[in-house]
Design a protein around this ligand. Structure first.
Ligand code: BMA
Length: 378
């Protein structure tokens, strides 16, 4: 009899275990997608690139003896950290100690894990050097040093040659291996992989990166995307939520967008990088046109939508965040927007001493914008 109870007990436990197993079986990327979908019902999240490392008037990375930690221009402006923090892997392909913007990879790892552990969301981009001309030192601040960097577009056969069978394939394979090695180290204190919005090959409809529009054919671009994704999948990186983010376009059509879209089975979040470089009227017109297209596409295909990079360089306008950016974002179901980095020579986010600080606080106080405190328990 005792034995029968024991067998029934074990059977019940096993059934319960299976039930739990079904939940545990979801990947970190799937859980992140669910979280993003739920959060989007409350509003859109504010994001900032390189937020913990430097700001308009300070650097927490310039003196390795005294690394300054805990600072954030966003927090110092409005009282809370961004909900989303973005970091870049450019330089990891060469075993560099620091990325292309001089941030040590050890600090990126630490800050990325810390932001996840306090309830934030993280995203990674990668500006790999040009695999053919490969500058030894840098790609530092791309535009100033194009040769050998991601911005070196002198040769339009690079993508073709990194694909299997090409002359640069072995070299590029070793780069992908290094990206995978680094990503595998992004684990919490209990050893769980950190869910990450992973956003390679961005702004690919422009022609300023070696993977850009005029630098490869549609098929070659698909080959490049699939090669990296298949490689990282083969390393067991099920914590990556893949994001496809071309640049502000203004004239998307289904046909043009689909030509380089990696496919519904390869992408969970779509978005675009949208900076105001020219007039406000042009920017607003293009952004609305694009967000209308992307929003329809996202709805039809069950994708999340975001403004994956944005801003206005050195913020010359004290009301841009609410009057221009927020006014447009309010019209679309976006998950987050990410302001680009605040370096002293080029900044896109707020800082307490800038004329845009009061406007940014207004954006922070709006009911539909989400910062760290508003998402951390969700
Ligand atoms: C660009 C600029 C560069 C920087 C690069 C990678 O948009 O901000 O200065 O090196 O992004 O972060």
């Amino acid at each position: 009899m005792k034995k029968l109870f024991y067998i029934i007990g074990v059977a019940i436990l096993m059934t319960a275990g299976c039930g739990q197993g079904a939940v545990v079986d979801k990947t970190q990327a799937e859980l992140l997608a669910e979280r993003l979908t739920a959060l989007q019902q409350k509003g859109y999240m504010m994001g900032h690139q390189d937020d913990p490392f430097y700001g308009v008037t300070w650097s927490g990375i310039s003196d390795p003896q005294k690394p300054e930690k805990g600072r954030s221009d966003v927090k110092e402006t409005c009282g809370d950290y961004p909900a989303v923090m973005g970091f870049d892997l450019g330089g990891i392909e060469m075993d560099d100690e620091k990325n292309l913007d001089s941030v040590p990879f050890s600090r990126i790892r630490e800050a990325l894990i810390a932001h996840h552990e306090r309830g934030g969301i993280v995203t990674l981009s990668w500006h790999p050097r040009n695999p053919k001309t490969t500058a030894e030192h840098g790609g530092l601040s791309g535009q100033q040093f194009p040769e050998g960097s991601a911005w070196d577009v002198n040769d339009s056969t690079i993508v073709e040659n990194v694909l299997p069978g090409g002359s640069l394939h072995d070299k590029f394979q070793s780069w992908m291996t290094k990206v995978g090695d680094f990503l595998l180290t992004l684990k919490t204190s209990v050893g769980q992989p950190v869910p990450i919005i992973f956003r390679p090959w961005h702004e690919n409809n422009g022609s300023w990166f070696w993977w850009g529009q005029k630098l490869c054919s549609d098929d070659e671009f698909h080959g490049l995307w699939n090669m990296l994704q298949d490689e990282l999948n083969s390393r067991g990186l099920t914590n990556l939520l893949w994001s496809y983010s071309p640049n502000l376009d203004g004239h998307w059509t289904e046909e043009r967008f689909m030509a380089r879209y990696p496919g519904n089975d390869r992408v969970t979040l779509i978005g675009e990088d949208a900076y105001q470089w020219g007039t406000e009227t042009d920017f607003v017109t293009q952004l609305n046109s694009d967000l209308t297209f992307l929003c329809n596409f996202a709805k039809k295909n069950g994708k999340l939508l975001a403004i994956t990079e944005c801003g206005m360089k050195n913020m010359p306008d004290s009301t841009w965040y609410t009057r221009v950016l927020k006014a447009q974002m309010d019209k679309y179901p976006i998950s987050y927007f990410l302001l680009w980095r605040n370096a002293s020579h080029e900044f896109f986010g707020p800082s307490p001493e800038l004329p845009c600080a009061a406007d940014f606080k207004q954006l922070y106080e709006a009911g539909n914008t989400l910062f760290l405190k508003e998402i951390k328990d969700k």
